[in-house]
Structures are given as structure tokens and as C-alpha cells.
Design a binder for this molecule. Structure first.
Ligand SMILES: NC(=O)C1=CN([C@@H]2O[C@H](COP(=O)(O)OP(=O)(O)OC[C@H]3O[C@@H](n4cnc5c(N)ncnc54)[C@H](OP(=O)(O)O)[C@@H]3O)[C@@H](O)[C@H]2O)C=CC1
Ligand SMILES: Nc1nc(=O)c2c([nH]1)NC[C@@H]1CN(c3ccc(C(=O)N[C@@H](CCC(=O)O)C(=O)O)cc3)C=[N+]21
Length: 284
């Protein structure tokens, strides 16, 4: 019988702890979010992050851009926020828009305000496994926290990560490598028969392709764990990348959508905001 990795429950516990820490902090904390207001998903997710942050006593400031903005304008905004001591963390919600150079934007964020761990400085330290020295991308870090909360044993196990984005797949594959798993990172150029081979020997399968109800492979290991990162809108409902029933019937652990990775992403992002604010005020 499959067991649920309950991100909603764990995220509540994380937020309660942060609320206590913020109450005791002798400094105010503010999260600045930049997003394209024409993207309904971005508007919704930033709204959720702002509300959750407020619920633990962290302020927010939203910077809405639209498709008339160019990369330089966004870089100038980030430069302003980097130098604004009242701003503890800077979140750039992707996608910003086809014409914006997201990599240049992420890399312009001051490393000590990069709450999503997307700047090359932080991604580089992730490669070095120097985790105590840097911020890790919120969603993969949230997945690790969820697995650790259920005492997942990583060492020597096989992981299959499907999706290689800078936002999720790549940092996820490195985090799992750093945790001593043997990681296969698949993508759209991985032949389907190969994907089936990797899936049936995987102990951990992490799906982040951005296609509703896409993953439905058979012959999965009965002891396997499946992490569904997908957040797709289908007829007004949020559905994952994984066909839940068919997959849950085969494995031991699975995350639900909603209620799995999503809430963990938000809680982890807010935790990073608190931790970076604390670092910025160290020694006071
Ligand atoms: N819950 C949360 O907190 C978060 C959820 N998400 C969700 O996760 C999903 C992925 O997001 P993101 O990483 O930004 O997505 P991207 O669109 O940036 O990347 C999708 C990845 O999936 C791969 N892919 C696409 N089709 C296939 C296929 N048929 N077989 C194998 N691989 C395939 C692509 O391969 P290629 O590289 O070859 O193009 C690409 O690497 C989305 O639904 C997003 O909403 C993302 C971040 C946080
Ligand atoms: N720089 C950046 N960082 C991100 O973390 C980031 C991003 N860009 N771009 C888009 C994706 C998507 N994302 C989600 C966050 C929370 C939920 C979430 O909490 N969803 C609820 C359901 C919400 C609903 O009702 O639709 C759940 O899964 O329980 C989903 C998706 C973060 N993203």
C-alpha cells in the first residue's frame, strides 16, 4: 500500500518554526519578488509566497513587469534591490518572458539575497557540494527536506530525474549526487525505451517535465519512491506530471499534487529568506 509524502503537513511545521524565529529576530525581513504579471501562474504562485511570508511575519514587495520590459531594465531593478538594505531576499519568478535573458537576470542577484539559489555563484557552490556556504534552489531543496523528513536512505540508491531545467532538474540531480545516489538525468532527447529501462531500476523517480499526467510507465520497483514536481493547470485544476493512481499502485511512496512539492517549495523559499536576513544581520 503506497504511503504519501505529505508536503502540506511538513511545510506547515517548517513555517511555524520560521514564525517563532522571525518573532525573536531583532531585524525586519523583506522578500522582493519580480514577476511577469501577464503570466497567470507567476501571479498565482508569487501571491501564495507573499501570503505565506506574511503569515510568518516577513514583509514583501512585488515588482510586476510585463512584455514591454527588456533585460537591461530588469538588471537595473535587481541592482537597486541588491543595494537596498531593507531587502533581505530577491525572488525572480520564472518565466519572465521570451525576450528576457533569464540567466543574466538570475546571475545579477547578489548571492546573499538569492533566495532561490539560481545565481551561478550559488549553483557553482552546489556543484562543489559546499552546501553550508550557499543557498540551494528552493524546489530541489524542498524535495530533499521532504525525503529527509521521512528518513529516506539515499546512499548507493538509483535516482532517475526526468527534466534538466536550471530551475529544477539540474540542481536536483546534483543534490542527489551529493547525497551519494547514482543519478540518471533524463530529458526530451532520452529515447523512450531507455527511459523505461532507467525507470524500472530506479529507487527514486523525480518527474519535472511540465506535462500534465505524462508519466505513466509500468514495471516500477515496488520499493520505489516517486516525486511529482509537476504543477499544471488542467480544466482549472492543478495536476502533476505523474498519473497518480497508476503510479501509486506500483510503488511504496509518492507525493501528491496538490499538497506535495509545491508547499515545500514555498516553505523552503521563506526559510531561505529568513536565513539570508539573519546572515545579513550577523554580528549586530
Ligand atoms: N512545485 C513546484 O514548486 C515547482 C514546480 N515546477 C513544475 O515542474 C515542471 C517542470 O518545470 P521546469 O523544470 O521549470 O520545466 P522546463 O519546461 O524548464 O523543463 C522541462 C524539462 O522536461 C524535459 N522534457 C520535456 N518533455 C519531455 C519528455 N517527453 N521526456 C523527457 N523529458 C522531457 C525537457 O527536456 P529538454 O531539456 O530536452 O527540453 C526539460 O528538461 C513544470 O510543471 C513546473 O510548473 C517547477 C518548479 C517548481
Ligand atoms: N524562480 C522560480 N522559483 C520557483 O519556485 C518557481 C518558478 N520560478 N516558476 C514556476 C514554478 C512553479 N512553482 C510552484 C510553487 C508552488 C506551487 C504550489 O504550492 N502548488 C500547490 C497547489 C496550488 C494550486 O491550487 O494550484 C500545491 O502543489 O499544493 C506550485 C508551483 C514554483 N516555481
Amino acid at each position: 500500500m503506497v504511503q504519501i509524502l505529505d508536503g502540506k503537513k511538513l511545510s506547515k511545521k517548517i513555517l511555524e518554526k520560521i514564525a517563532e524565529n522571525v518573532k525573536e529576530a531583532a531585524f525586519s525581513i523583506k522578500l522582493a519578488s519580480i514577476y511577469n504579471e501577464k503570466n497567470p501562474g507567476s501571479k498565482m504562485y508569487v501571491g501564495m509566497k507573499v501570503r505565506r511570508a506574511a503569515s510568518v511575519g516577513i514583509d514583501s514587495e512585488e515588482f510586476k513587469i510585463d512584455d514591454t520590459w527588456n533585460t537591461d531594465q530588469v538588471l537595473r531593478l535587481i541592482d537597486k534591490l541588491n543595494h537596498d538594505d531593507s531587502v533581505s531576499g530577491i525572488l525572480v519568478q520564472s518565466p519572465l518572458g521570451q525576450h528576457i535573458d533569464e540567466s543574466a537576470v538570475f546571475n545579477a542577484i547578489s548571492p546573499i539575497k538569492d533566495v532561490d539559489g539560481l545565481a551561478a555563484y550559488n549553483q557553482g557552490l552546489l556543484f562543489e557540494n559546499a552546501e553550508e556556504k550557499h543557498v540551494v534552489s528552493a524546489t530541489p531543496a524542498g524535495v530533499m527536506a521532504l525525503l529527509k523528513a521521512y528518513d529516506y536512505s539515499f546512499t548507493g540508491k538509483n535516482a532517475l530525474v526526468i527534466g534538466r531545467s536550471v530551475l529544477f532538474g539540474r540542481p536536483m540531480s546534483i543534490l542527489l549526487t551529493n547525497a551519494d545516489m547514482t543519478v540518471t538525468l533524463a530529458h526530451s532527447k532520452t529515447p523512450t525505451d531507455q527511459l523505461q529501462q532507467f525507470a524500472q531500476t530506479a529507487d527514486l523517480i523525480v518527474v519535472a517535465v511540465g506535462k500534465a499526467n505524462w508519466f505513466q510507465l509500468d514495471h516500477l520497483k515496488a520499493t520505489a519512491t516517486v516525486i511529482d514536481v509537476g504543477a499544471n493547470k488542467l480544466d482549472g485544476q492543478t495536476v502533476g506530471d505523474v498519473v497518480f493512481q497508476k503510479t501509486a499502485a506500483q510503488v511504496s511512496w509518492i507525493t501528491p499534487v496538490p499538497g506535495g512539492v509545491g508547499p515545500m517549495t514555498i516553505a523552503t523559499l521563506i526559510q531561505h529568506t529568513y536565513e539570508l536576513a539573519k546572515f545579513q544581520h550577523r554580528g549586530e
